[in-house]
Design a binder for this molecule. Sequence first.
Ligand code: BEZ
Ligand code: MG
Length: 582
Amino acid sequence: MSIETNPNSSAEDRDRRVIELYDQLLEIEQRLIPTGLHVFGRTSQSAERADLLRMVASFDRPEAGARALTDLVAESLGFSSYERTTTPQTTSETRLAERERVDEVVAAAIREFVMAGSEAAISFLATNANVEPKGSRPVFALLTSVSEKLEVNSELESLVCALRGEYIEPGPGADIVQNPAILPTGRNTHAVNPYSVPSEVAFMRGEAVATSLLNRYHDENGRYPQAMALVLWGLDNIKTQGEGVAQALWLLGVRPVRDSLNRATGVEAISLEQLGRPRIDVVMTVSGIFRDLFSPTVQLLDKAVRLVASLQEPPDLNYVRKHVCEQIERESCDMDEAAVRVFSNAPGNYGTNVNFMVMDSQWDREETLGDLFVTRKCFAYGRDSKGQSIEGREARVAMDRALARVEATYQNIDTFEIGITDVDHYFEYLGGVSNAVAKRAQSRPAIYLSDSLSRDVKIRSLEETVKLETRAKTLNPKWYEGMLKHGFRGVAEIENHVSNTFGWSATADAVDDWIYTEVAKTYVFDDSMLERLRDLNPHSAHSLVRRLLEANGRGYWETDQTTLEKLRDISRSLEDQLEGVA
Ligand code: BEZ
Ligand code: MG
């Protein structure tokens, strides 16, 4: 991030850029950053608890009769709403000042709550921000209940019960900000009824995300994408009651229809007038977990594609029909071959293995990774035109054809706790499918992720998300010092982050040079840091250095010879140390 001092740029231009920079800093600052690993059986520390409580209080909680504290404070201070203060269109110093003021008051109220309890926080808000106690009381009643549940931890007892084969009380699966009812932890996580997916709330939220996604592509390309590839995971759709499913339905332009038992087993088209845009062709790559948990939903998605393909609409307003008709004509195939859009692993198989190939450095050309993705995921699911169920029929050609049309790929991120560099699954799926598209479409797709958890739906490009994650976590002292407190395991986590970042280079070339340069400076060329890493976990320290060298060797990081020599020397000295240990 730099603000160039161009003598020709106007003061207005400079102010705009300062405010943009400020917005980016705020975005990093406001991200909930895990400051250490969860220790099984241990309750959360108080600083971490205050952060969690602040996030919980920042959302409307109709089930608890509580409004978002940020809105209550903004309105009581006469700023209309917090949402407005965070809308980029109203960029101005006033907006920033208002937002800062709201954030300060909310943070101070939460501190007051943690130190002195509900009544103190309620009267603090009444005195300092005119917030009526009748508005703030339900918020603090909810925070009291959350806080009490955070103080107990029965994870170890539950584990022992499970090992004895005893009953464990069930609880919903989500993260704490999404659904505070997941507390206390240590319960038996239950899923959802697949026939209830997508829920009405999920369908409503799905529209906002699909619209933002298409608008973002339109802003960048002057038109809508004709085809998109989506990644759908099981656990995410459990947590959100099917927001990912709802996004796919909205892109296609259909809504779920419930039968007499209130099961979402049908679909109907939303009119083109209501949609106000073309129906997008959607290729869905679903995880093995999704396939197993959401079998009726897999059928629903396939049914949606077939319905849209059958609508007598102009090709420029219905890209599914356009592509299906073109394929039938060009290849003399039938509808059942041309309309396949829901793909997963072969029955009984899970995962793409792209992550293992990257981690073990077992590939020579990038396209090998996308080919592996297709090999693992080219099994079709749904029902053919005779009504016969298709349960994992190998359909490699159909998948190749469908991916060859894709112009944008997308995955919904729906948890505060895990981001795209925390685990290798995001790059194996979204990176894997994007890589497969790049070869088949002979053009790299636009790659997007959404943060549907933020109050305002936010669509980011993959590159933006990698930068944000890097700044918020990998290069953030608050994050890595938290990890280093966990000794051996913490260093392994740091190394994982670097390797997962590398996974985004390997699959999607989405990592800037400066990221590797800063990783090298932070962890390798800082003598005291390197000393700490090699004391705590020389294996992971060695892997991290080797990964940086690999990033350079594969052309993802341009750097100078001196840097490379230093890295090679350090790598050799770590090898010697490890041999000494062995
Ligand atoms: C899933 O929930 O479908 C999933 C979870 C982790 C990795 C891949 C998929
Ligand atoms: Mg590069």
